[in-house]
Design a protein around this ligand. Structure first.
Ligand SMILES: [Zn+2]
Ligand SMILES: [Zn+2]
Length: 374
């Protein structure tokens, strides 16, 4: 992991570059190193590196994380336990609509087209399951190839060659742009790029070639998963168009349920603990149930101030790399009841002088200011 190049270096941009500069740098590098265009043996690797750098830096949250932790983010790879698996955006969009067709004569575009779309689903899990890992499942209606027409969309699967494109699925379009004549390849509109046509639609799928099927997907919750961690299920996405090619992937994005009192900061869990004046002054031992099923014992030392924190080591979220665990950080606060009983009020009146300390108010203000500035 540590021999990875700095993402900013990969894209050749400065640390404070904005979205526009990033996009520009990415575009020009992607054009240069796209494996379809560059025959150098390392073009593939380079292209992947560029994509990964752009995927991180163009996402403000991932970028912030990267700026803070570099490649060794405490939550593991921003792309989940498997690391960067590829790009999930449409390169055509970012590189301009005709990028592939006008540069590569379309020959390879066809193979790019025969992959089904990826599907993204969000799934909520508890914070507890992030601590312990474990199995989970979701039931989903997923598109599958229609068996009755084998994905062609034609009645009984009977198709004939498209006459507009002679079965190629693509047509050559000549365009005059200013003084230039540009030939480009476009998907055939008549057959939608399938190269086949048919007169009657398959009844089972109304000609889509797809049907929806309820499926139960089982998966393991990775220990230490972050909010937004994506799990990839290869081939569980949309089937390739017309029943030919590879299915897309399904991504399960894990959304971690809000805990009633904990906030998560990387591997640490943060909570606030409202305590009475006496508890802060005299100290106290507080026991509360914890998400690891063992009670959390918080030892509040005598003389604790409102705003002081107590760290309980190794009771936070485990690292996704399997080594160590974060801490629980308890912020002590003074619990101020809205109302006091008469008797309590009376007692408080009696000890008011002692509680506020002997020194006069200006001395107290000065002492506090000095402490704060140290
Ligand atoms: Zn069908
Ligand atoms: Zn056609």
């Amino acid at each position: 992991m540590s021999d990875k190049r700095d993402y900013y270096e990969v894209l050749g941009v400065s640390k404070d570059s904005d979205e526009k500069e990033l996009k520009k740098a990415f575009r020009s590098l992607a054009r240069k190193y796209h494996p379809d265009k560059n025959d150098a043996p390392d073009a593939d690797e380079k292209f992947k590196e560029i994509q990964e750098a752009y995927a991180v830096l163009s996402d403000s949250e991932k970028r912030r994380n990267y700026d803070r932790f570099g490649h060794n983010s405490p939550g593991g790879s921003p792309f989940g336990p498997g690391g960067f698996q590829g790009f999930n955006i449409n390169l055509d969009d970012i590189l301009g609509g005709d990028f592939f067709s006008s540069f590569f004569g379309g020959g390879r575009r066809r193979s790019a087209q025969s992959q089904g779309n990826d599907i993204l689903v969000r799934h909520e899990i508890s914070l507890k399951s992030v601590l312990n890992g474990g199995k989970d499942e979701i039931e989903l209606d997923l598109p599958v190839t229609c068996q009755d027409c084998e994905g062609t969309g034609a009645k009984d699967g009977v198709t004939s060659q498209c006459t507009d494109c002679d079965g190629a699925g693509q047509v050559r379009v000549r365009q005059q742009i200013g003084p230039f004549v540009q030939d480009s390849i476009r998907a055939c509109q008549q057959c939608g790029g399938s190269g086949r046509k048919f007169t009657s639609k398959c009844k089972s799928c109304s000609g889509d070639g797809l049907r929806s099927e309820s499926q139960v997907l089982r998966f393991d919750i990775p220990i230490g998963a972050q909010d937004g961690t994506r799990l990839r299920m290869r081939g569980k996405g949309q089937p390739a168009p017309y029943g030919k090619g590879i299915s897309g992937d399904l991504f399960i994005e894990l959304i971690i349920e809000e805990h009633p009192w904990f906030e998560r900061n990387g591997m640490d869990l943060i909570m606030s603990l409202p305590l009475g004046y006496s508890d802060l002054a005299l100290g106290a031992t507080i026991k509360i149930p914890h998400i690891d099923d063992k009670d959390l014992t918080i030892k509040v030392p005598a003389g604790t101030n409102s705003g002081d924190t107590i760290t309980i080591h190794s009771r936070g979220v485990p690292s996704s790399r399997g080594i160590g665990r974060g801490d629980v950080v308890v912020l002590c606060k003074l619990h101020m009841p809205k109302k006091f009983d008469k008797s309590v009020k009376k007692s408080l009146e009696e000890i008011r002088e002692q509680l506020s300390g002997a020194s006069d108010i200006i001395d107290r203000i000065l002492d506090d200011a000095e402490e704060r500035r140290n």
